[in-house]
Ligand binder design. Structure first.
Ligand code: FES
Length: 273
């Protein structure tokens, strides 16, 4: 059982939770994720770790209410307990001094991107961050991103904050302004990552994406997260979650993300009755 020590509401459906998990706080690295369960029979939810405080023994997770499980989690408050938190899982991000990097976070993707931005900055990179969301209230963790970035571009679909337009406009701007960009990192909805990768590819820049497939056990046993990467079957939970965007079979990714939608919606409707 892991106690919730802080809860913050970012927008109507997006919450930040700080949860006691001392061992995970100590060993997690940028890019790692945890699997969280609310209730003994609860579904297992993969969530990337947005931050950790080793002294307090806590980790930070950002959750969006999209289905039954996330709704149950978001209904919890400070002092309540999460049934279990398993992790850190997945391979950490490969952090080195690449030179100049563009880090693009779409919507909630800014949360998992934050520790990567911090680690890349600490490794000596020039870090240019693009934060994108549908509207102003969906731009999260801006102060923290600014702290570790050399420059930040904010893009909103409706123009309510920063510049009007999609994430790729911001990525393109940085690529054009810099003499050389060595690598792009993109985390967000699959469609956002697909197009971020295409933008990077157009300029012959490698693009790393973090895949958020459906996961069940998170340990390579169930196969729920399998995906074709570079023509080979990979398990996102143990082989990823980060991959070279140019190798991902995006069509398969979109199909697999839709697999459980109907069941999920039925369950959600049942929950709301
Ligand atoms: Fe089960 Fe990856 S989540 S194999």
């Amino acid at each position: 059982m892991n106690k919730i020590v802080r809860k913050e509401q970012f927008s109507e459906k997006v919450f930040l939770f700080e949860i006691e998990a001392p061992l995970i706080a100590k060993s997690r690295k940028a890019g790692n994720f945890v699997i969280v369960r609310v209730g003994k029979k609860g579904e297992r939810m993969p969530l990337t770790i947005a931050g950790a405080d080793i002294e307090k023994g806590t980790i930070t997770l950002v959750v969006q209410m999209v289905g039954l499980s996330s709704k149950k989690l978001c209904a919890l408050n400070v002092g309540d307990y999460v049934t279990d938190v398993v992790g850190p899982l997945g391979n950490p991000t490969k952090i080195e001094n690449y030179g100049t990097v563009v880090c693009a976070g779409g919507g909630l993707g800014v949360a998992p991107m934050l520790p990567i931005i911090q680690a890349l900055k600490a490794a000596g990179n020039r870090v240019l961050s693009v934060m994108a969301g549908r509207s102003k209230d969906l731009i999260i963790l801006e102060d923290k991103v600014r702290e570790s970035s050399d420059e930040v571009i904010i893009m909103t679909d409706d123009g309510s904050y920063g510049e009007k337009g999609v994430v790729t406009v911001g990525i393109e701007k940085f690529i054009e302004q810099e003499p050389h960009v060595d690598k792009v990192f993109a985390i967000g909805p699959p469609i956002m990552m697909k197009f971020s990768n295409l933008t990077a590819q157009k300029h012959n820049i490698p693009c790393e994406v973090s895949l958020n497939t459906i996961m069940v056990d998170g340990t390579g046993m169930c196969g729920a997260c399998r995906l074709t990467i570079g023509g080979k079957t990979k398990f996102v939970c143990i082989d990823g979650p980060e991959f070279d965007g140019a190798l991902v079979d995006w069509d398969e990714m979109f199909k697999r993300m839709g697999t459980f939608k109907r069941e999920e919606q039925e369950e959600l409707a049942h929950y709301e009755e």
